[in-house]
Design a protein around this ligand. Structure first.
Ligand code: ADP
Ligand code: MG
Ligand code: MG
Length: 889
């Protein structure tokens, strides 16, 4: 293969091969923009080097050929004594990995060529400044010398000279500094700073290759889920100099504001500076707008180029540039990162400018960004005392009293306190505390640490790996930088979207986007904010494009109404189990304990009107839209008292010789119903088949409720869903009974109810026999939570806290299969079952309920396999709508 590409040979679509930086340098070169000439060594070369420990045989020759061509173009040779060509050696992977790998500038300078450079530039100071920078960068990144040693020496030189900034050091000072730097290299690296320019270049290239496997780089990739086998490209770029005096400088710019999306002039500029100086904060930069006064010609040209770039990339770009004695050079560009809010605004702005269409606008935003915009956040106006920053592991804004152990978290939260659980790191023993806490803060661990994984799973705010916080769990306190101590009970605030940690209570404001979805803020209104306006329009694009319908998981009128405001097109999953709790528990207990048919019927009769009332309200709140009611699913013992508690009660009563006949009966029932593995036990349709009258009571309640709504001129559209079916026979029996009940209700009320009956597909056997099951089902709803559990053989309630962290760290999966559908396994069963079901019954309605229904990546999958709808919790509905729209465009 070809290992080296001239900037004129590449283009922006070759990021896999040339890395992001290389591909875009090539693109700019071909756009005719002023890019210093150079070439890119491919990621393939890097991979070969890393795999074999040696550079590919052909690489050296190819580099030589490209270097020759570059020297011919520039009319000087690398490191040439009287007039040296200097180059930078720059890393650049497919995905930008900020600060992970380094760049070496001024390669080609040596004791000899230094003189030539000084003479050519007519500036000694500049030459010595460039040389000391080379030794410093080379020493640090290539030879592995501690960078602080150079910084300290530089500081010492400034102190000796009594000056504040590096530009005040003169040639003689810098010359001394070079000697000092060389000494540092010699002592620390055990070798002299190489004088041969080609050796400098080759060593730098190798160092860039190796930086791919540096510890920080590996950690960053794991956290960002960037594959480890991509490798980095290396860019060799002829130097241009921003440190040639006041008519030179270097800067960074955005083609529009990455925080608001507003068009305008955003960036920073620093005169007489090189490379990283502008972001390193060594001197005060000026706003880019001031460049107009400093160098009008370059400024105008830069504005022109920024426009060219936006029109070409059709997006916000960020830029690095350098001005060398009045000549502008472009050193980097890429489609720039932006905040979630800006992503929405920019997408609509670009539509208004006619640069992109609606379908493309949908690709410029995503559900994760929308979800981020929906979290409540800390009031930006508030006075805050930030004391640390960790990894933004799970979004949200949480405020509470600091507690340092799980036990206290639970105890305090039971007494109504809001707490933040602070730990060095968490482990499965902390689970109760994590559930009790408003948020979780740890000082160790990354995005795949236990705290992060579990918190995300629970939707709980979490900041992890805030390393500068010293957590002392024994003494129940935390020390923050500066020495302040946070004791147990002190209030802290954590921002899971930014990773920031504050002392005291930071006021929380609701998200304007949620206010909008709730109907409390209107797009188009005078005071509506720009963000809301943009979200409103993007949602309209998505709704126009999408094929998938979006329903809600909701089981009461309040949730249903909120879901409707958020855009739900029905209820995909109404769980009836909560309707059996609370004051109704006693009735359920009686039902379970009934010895005779009469007793059982008695309790069912009492439950019926209560159930019916639930459904009347639900159908009313979802009038005109489908409501899928799932018949009772969980194991019965969940409705009975805890076995130990009850045993104690019985024993106590016994010893006091008090009457305890009822308790004893209850205890016997609990024993009878006790299962080792309740999730695989007597639940779902099995329950319906074993407890006579239970399902028919529920069906009757649904039918009567629908009839009542009809009588009230409503439009109820109930669908009856049977859970945990494994074989069509189960469904047939339930169905037969249900049909009979419905017929009875229709006869009694004279209403035509048109209730449909379908099933969950949540067991592998059901998926495998979907063709048969479809004979008796008018719809399927894939219960992907249980299906994931049963296909993998993972207990959902246990694994996230136990071994998932290890699995994520080992890269067995990049994300929990309960969060994003496992396409290859669970997903392929869904696809096959959908197909088999439709083969039997072409008009079979297909949906999915469960956590995956609101997960962006999963939504795309469900679109692809042709489901009709997804159902998710009310809060996720906008995300599902947006992603369904993106999937279809
Ligand atoms: P990063 O990926 O960290 O931004 P870069 O490779 O872009 O690293 O380079 C670091 C700094 O050096 C940037 O400010 C860049 O503009 C500057 N730089 C890189 N190559 C050259 C060059 N050939 N001439 C002048 N400045 C350069
Ligand atoms: Mg850069
Ligand atoms: Mg289930």
């Amino acid at each position: 293969p070809k290992f080296v590409y001239d900037f004129t040979e590449g283009n922006k679509d070759l990021k896999d091969l040339l890395g992001g930086k290389g591909a875009n340098l090539a693109e700019m070169t071909n756009l005719g923009l002023p890019v210093p000439p150079g070439f890119t060594i491919t990621t393939e070369a890097c991979k070969t080097y890393l795999d074999s420990g040696e550079e590919p045989a052909a690489l050296r020759d190819e580099v030589s050929a490209h270097l020759d061509a570059l020297e011919a173009k520039m009319g000087k040779k690398l490191g040439q004594a009287d007039d040296p060509l200097l180059v930078s050696v720059r890393s650049g992977a497919k995905f930008s990995m900020p600060g992970m790998m380094d760049t070496v500038l001024n390669i080609g300078l040596s004791d000899k060529s230094l003189q030539g450079l000084a003479k050519q530039a007519g500036d000694d100071r500049f030459a010595w400044d460039s040389y000391r920078r080379l030794i410093q960068m080379f020493g640090k990144t290539v030879l592995g010398v501690d960078g602080d040693l150079f910084e300290e020496a530089l500081e010492a030189a400034k102190t000796a000279k009594k000056v504040a900034v590096d530009t005040e050091l003169e040639a003689a000072d810098l010359k001394k500094l070079v000697t000092k730097f060389k000494k540092i290299v010699k002592t620390e690296a055990g070798r002299d700073f190489p004088q041969d320019p080609r050796e400098q270049m080759d060593l730098a290239i190798k160092a860039v290759f190796e930086s791919w496997n540096g510890e920080r780089a590996k950690l960053y990739r794991r956290q960002e889920r960037i594959p480890h086998d991509l490798g980095t490209a290396v860019n060799v770029c002829s130097m241009v100099f921003g440190n040639l005096g006041p008519d030179s400088g270097t800067g960074v710019a955005f083609t529009r504001d990455p925080a608001s999306g507003h068009q305008g002039v955003y960036g920073d500029y620093l005169q007489n500076a090189q490379g990283e100086d502008v972001v390193a904060g060594i001197r005060n930069t000026v706003a880019l707008a001031e460049l107009e006064q400093i160098d009008k010609k370059s400024y105008d040209q830069l504005m022109q180029i920024m426009e060219t770039l936006e029109n070409h990339y059709l997006d916000l770009c960020d830029i690095e540039f350098t001005i060398e004695r009045g000549q502008l050079w472009m050193l980097q560009t890429r489609v720039g990162k932006r905040t979630a809010g800006a992503a929405f605004r920019i997408a609509t702005q670009l539509v208004d400018q006619g640069l992109i269409d609606e379908a493309e606008a949908l690709q410029r935003v995503n559900g994760a960004q929308l979800a981020q915009l929906m979290f409540p956040r800390f009031d930006e106006e508030a006075k805050v005392e930030q004391v640390g920053r960790g990894i933004a592991a799970s979004p949200g804004a949480a405020v509470g009293k600091a507690v340092f152990d799980s036990y206290t978290a639970v105890k305090w939260s039971r007494s109504g306190e809001k707490v933040i659980l602070i730990r060095r790191e968490t482990n499965p023993d902390d689970l109760d505390g994590m559930i009790a806490a408003e948020g979780i803060l740890t000082s160790r661990g990354g995005k795949t640490s236990h705290a992060a994984v579990v918190a995300r799973g629970m939707g709980k705010t979490c900041v992890c790996g805030a390393e500068e916080l010293e957590v002392d769990t024994k003494r129940r306190r935390m020390t923050v930088p500066g020495g302040q101590v946070v004791e147990e009970g002190d209030v802290v605030s954590i921002d899971g979207s930014s990773g920031k940690v504050y002392l005291g209570e930071v006021p929380v404001v609701p998200s304007p986007v949620v206010e909008y979805f709730e109907g409390r803020m209107h797009a188009g209104a005078e005071d509506a904010d720009e963000l809301v306006e943009a979200v409103h329009r993007i949602m309209a694009f998505a709704d126009r494009k999408r094929r998938l319908r979006v329903r809600a998981n909701a089981d009461n009128a309040e949730d249903a109404l909120r879901a409707r405001r958020f855009g739900a097109q029905g209820i995909g999953l109404c769980r009836t189990e909560h309707m059996f709790l609370g004051d109704r528990r006693e009735l359920v207990e009686r039902l379970i304990l009934a010895d005779t048919e009469a007793e059982r019927e008695e309790s069912l009769k009492e439950l019926l009107p209560l159930q019916k009332q639930d459904f009347v309200q639900l159908f009313e709140s979802m009038d005109g839209l489908p409501v899928t009611v799932r018949l009772l699913d969980p194991p019965l013992h969940e409705f009975l008292p805890d076995i130990t508690e009850l045993s104690v009660r019985v024993a106590l009563a016994e010893s006091r010789q008090e009457p305890h006949e009822n308790e004893l009966r209850l205890l016997q029932a609990v024993h009878r119903l006790h299962e080792q593995n309740p999730m695989l036990g007597l639940r779902g349709v099995r329950l319906g088949l074993v407890i006579p009258g239970l399902f028919t009571m529920q069906v009757r309640a649904i039918a009567e409720a629908a009839a009542e709504r009809k009588a009230a001129k409503g439009d109820p559209r109930a669908e009856i869903m049977i859970p945990l079916v494994g074989t069509v026979q189960e469904l047939e029996i339930v169905r037969e009974e249900a049909d009979q009940v419905i017929a009875e209700v229709e006869a009694a009320t004279g209403a035509k109810l048109k209730l449909s009956i379908g099933t969950m597909i949540e067991l592998p056997r059901a998926a495998l026999t979907a063709g048969q099951i479809a004979e008796a089902a008018e719809f399927f709803s894939f219960g992907t939570n249980d299906l994931t559990q049963t296909v993998w053989g993972f207990s959902r309630d246990d694994v996230e806290a136990s071994f998932f962290t290890a699995y994520l760290e080992k890269g067995i999966f990049g994300v929990s299969p309960f969060e994003t559908i496992d396409k290859d396994g669970v997903g392929s069963l869904v696809a096959a079952a959908a197909k088999a079901g439709r083969a039997t019954r072409p008009d079979l309605k297909l949906g999915v309920c469960g956590e995956h229904g609101g997960d962006p990546e999963s939504v795309h999958f469900f679109h692809e396999v042709g489901l009709d709808y997804v159902s998710c919790s009310p809060f996720r509905i906008p995300v599902a709508r947006l992603e369904a729209g993106r999937a279809a465009s």
